[in-house]
Design a protein around this ligand. Structure first.
Ligand code: NDP
Length: 386
């Protein structure tokens, strides 16, 4: 019998379950690269479209785990020495958390987790886990690759349009009873003809390029690995050999690379100084790709005309986090990858990973980040330990 400790975000303040706006969600069985969506054995412990990412939703895992004699402990109490997570960590065999409400598995915590064998990210992005320490302790780390990539790409497109067209301030005028057209449009532009670049053109970055192409923007990208020539031609996208080169020509910049030690604070005062005055920056990847206070300075000086994203550090962000109140921000809490549509896929993927793990079967290589003491599968391509 294994002990599974699952850290999820709190329930809706109005109670669980919520009143759902729709009765069904579309079924996605394959992703754009041909990879199949999760295929767990047997029934799901939830109906797709239900809110399973919060504590009462339990990712729908309880029926499967209890049927097989395992113990499931679900909590949102994750930070601090007296947290429920800290109390249960020493005898946990499996830890599951989501990037939206991440359990920070530091080297110290990993050292205390003597039985820990598997860490699952229900979603994508395992930077909340000290991957080097996990590798050193022989812990397997897996995430549900592709489960919410398109969800995030849609969020990026929404943020690009809302920043450039000044949507959020204009909406505020409307709900507050105003009709201040001049105030609304004094910072409103068309994206048509602008230069848009993504730093990182993997699953999400590429999906963003595809979605923005019909808007007749000029497209640019930087990535350590170049896209195939046919794709560059199809999307009419220009390759840059450094982020510095890309930001110097773009009006809108999107960050979509993983966070690992050498990508931390790549967007700092120096990088902002290279951007055109009045650039927009969208970051749904990870907060620490940017120097927090440099972002605020760039907005205050006008170097940036707007910053939108849904990733913060730490999470949940404290009430006095400067990104909550900096000018021209279009921030949301970390929600891009946890729509009800995305939850159905990553909850099913988590179940698939647990089934493989408990059966002693291989976990799909596309889900693996660390295995056998080193980066593995997707992790070997996407992450670095330095
Ligand atoms: P992918 O691994 O498919 O794409 C990441 C891309 O970034 C890869 O093409 C990779 O290059 C590239 N890359 C790696 N290092 C660098 C670097 N130093 N500079 C520029 N590019 C680099 O991941 P996804 O597209 O699925 O996800 C990207 C990130 O988005 C995740 O790591 C996660 O942090 C975040 N995310 C956020 C979510 C949200 O809800 N806000 C949800 C899901 C993900 P290559 O592989 O070619 O070496």
């Amino acid at each position: 019998m294994a002990k599974v400790v699952c850290v999820l975000y709190p329930d809706p303040v109005a109670g669980y379950p919520p009143d759902y706006a729709r009765d069904t969600i579309p079924t996605i069985s394959r992703y754009p690269n041909g990879q199949t969506a999760p295929t767990p054995d047997g029934p799901l412990g939830f109906k797709p479209g239900e809110l399973v990412g919060c504590v009462s939703g339990e990712l729908g895992l309880r029926p499967y785990l209890e049927r097989n004699g395992h113990e499931l402990l679900v909590t949102s109490d994750k930070d601090g020495e007296s947290s429920a997570f800290e109390r249960h960590l020493p005898d946990a065999d499996v830890v599951i958390s989501q990037p939206f409400w991440p359990v920070y598995l530091t080297a110290e915590r990993i050292a205390r987790a003597k039985k820990l064998a598997l860490v699952v990210t229900a979603g994508i992005g395992s930077d909340h886990v000290d991957l080097k320490a996990a590798a050193g302790h022989g812990i397997t780390v897996a995430e549900v690759t592709y489960s919410n990539s398109i969800s995030v790409a849609e969020h990026v497109v929404m943020m690009v349009l809302s920043l450039v067209r000044n949507y959020l301030p204009s909406h505020r005028y409307a709900v507050e009873g105003g009709w201040n057209i001049a105030d609304c449009v004094a910072r409103s532009y068309d994206v048509e003809g602008m230069h848009f670049g993504t730093v990182g053109a993997g699953r999400i970055g590429l999906a963003v390029l595809r979605r923005l192409a019909p808007f007749d923007l000029h497209l640019h990208y930087y990535d350590p690995h170049r896209l195939i020539p046919e794709l560059e031609t199809e999307l009419k996208v220009t390759y840059h050999d450094s982020p510095e080169s890309l930001v110097s020509v773009c009006d809108v910049v999107n960050l979509q690379m993983p966070l690992y030690p050498s990508t931390e604070h790549v967007f700092n005062d120096d990088m902002f100084a290279r951007m055109k005055r009045g650039s927009y920056l969208v970051n749904t990847a990870r907060a620490k790709l940017c120097d927090r206070d440099a972002v605020v300075r760039a907005l205050e000086s006008g170097r940036l005309a707007g910053y939108a994203g849904d990733v913060w550090f730490p999470q949940p962000a404290p009430a006095d986090h400067p990104w909550r109140r900096m000018p021209f921000n279009g921030m949301t809490p970390h929600i891009a990858g946890t729509t009800l549509s995305a939850q159905a896929r990553y909850a099913a993927g988590t179940l698939e990973i647990l089934q493989a793990f408990f059966a002693g079967q291989p976990i799909r290589p596309e889900y693996l980040i660390v295995e056998g003491g080193k980066l593995a599968g997707t992790g070997a391509r996407s992450y670095k330990l330095t």
